[in-house]
Write a protein that binds this ligand. Structure first.
Ligand code: CP
Ligand code: NVA
Length: 321
């Protein structure tokens, strides 16, 4: 009898809320679990069609979005749940009311919150006061859902990641930071070439180097795009002007001129080198049409996998009782 009572208590004991704020917080086992569940979700979509029945997520977006917004909304629908989009004019996070009060109110209504914001500290603050899982849908610092989908896409193409070389050419910004965490965790070698003033965050690089020591990944930073592309298995770029930096776009076009992903850079890489971009792309700026639309481009597979990987993340965070 006491055993039953104990079991009952165990079942009702509140579980710790899990968030997805940074790949830094994920173990290699957790990353692999997300990927294995993504495989299953892709193989048998129908099987999971009611997995989040009766559950709701709020999508708080302070910046524009195509892929992140649509893939979370469609993903939630395909899992039997509901999503509510809250654009910049609805919630006005931190302006109409504090982030803390938004977190505490939404926690009474929804089962998870996706936040796309400017300052990364907004996500930390929201997660601190939210009683439901918070997912980082991009901040100025990180874009973990993107990098997880990118690694999943490469794993799907190659069958494995360890020992391959990914070269990122462009701005050492949010996408680069999440790739640093992701590659260093899974053992994928990462070359990064940026202009001197646009190198990735030093603290994140140090942490990635520490993770790489365990996984065996090699992390190389330089300001030489040609060198960085040498023998790469995949080449990746992102916009030169990220959301919120629009006033700097003329200056950035000049500084990044030699960092365009074009035929010359691709010729340095392996013959079957894959071409990647998180999108949106500014065609003919950071990437030429020729490269973007080439046979080896997996850019739209990356975009598609945002849907499947995020369904897996939603199930991991919201689905398990
Ligand atoms: N890659 C990405 O996050 O795209 P959106 O900005 O359109 O969501
Ligand atoms: N670095 C880009 C990524 C867009 C998905 C931005 O922040 O605008």
């Amino acid at each position: 009898m006491s055993g039953v009572i104990c079991q009952d208590w165990q079942d009702r004991k509140p579980k710790m809320k899990k968030d997805l704020i940074s790949i830094k917080d994920l173990s290699i086992e957790e990353i692999e679990e997300i990927f294995l569940l993504t495989d299953k979700l892709k193989e048998n979509k129908q099987k999971y069609s009611q997995s989040l029945k009766g559950k709701t997520i709020a999508l708080i977006f302070q910046k524009p979005s195509n892929r992140t917004r649509v893939s979370f909304a469609v993903g939630m629908f395909q899992l039997g749940g509901l999503s509510i989009y809250l654009g910049p004019n609805e919630i006005s996070l931190g302006i109409r009311e504090t982030t803390r009060d938004v977190a505490m109110t939404l926690s009474r209504y929804v089962d998870g919150i996706v936040l796309r914001t400017f300052e990364h500290k907004n996500i930390i603050e929201l997660a601190k006061y939210s009683k439901v899982p918070v997912i980082n849908g991009l901040s100025d610092l990180l874009h973990p859902c993107q990098a997880l989908s990118d690694l999943y896409t490469l794993r799907e193409k190659w069958g494995f990641l360890k020992g391959k070389i990914l070269s990122f050419i462009g701005d050492g910004n949010n996408v680069t930071h999440s790739l640093l965490y992701g590659c260093s965790k899974v053992g994928l070698n990462l070359n990064i070439a940026t202009p001197k003033k646009f190198q990735p965050n030093k603290e994140i690089v140090s942490e990635a180097v520490r993770f790489a020591a365990s996984s065996g990944a090699k992390i190389n930073l330089s300001n030489d795009p040609l060198k960085a592309c040498k023998d790469a298995d995949a080449l990746y770029t992102d916009v030169w002007t990220s959301m919120g930096q629009e006033k700097e776009s003329a200056m950035r076009r000049k500084v990044f001129k030699n960092f365009q992903l074009n035929k010359k850079l691709v010729s340095q890489a392996k013959r079957d080198c894959l071409i990647m971009h998180c999108l949106p792309a500014h065609r003919q700026e950071e990437i030429t049409d020729e490269v973007m639309d080439s046979e080896n481009s997996i850019i739209f597979d990356q975009a598609e996998n945002r849907l499947h990987v995020q369904k897996s993340i939603l199930l991991k965070l919201l689905g398990e009782k």
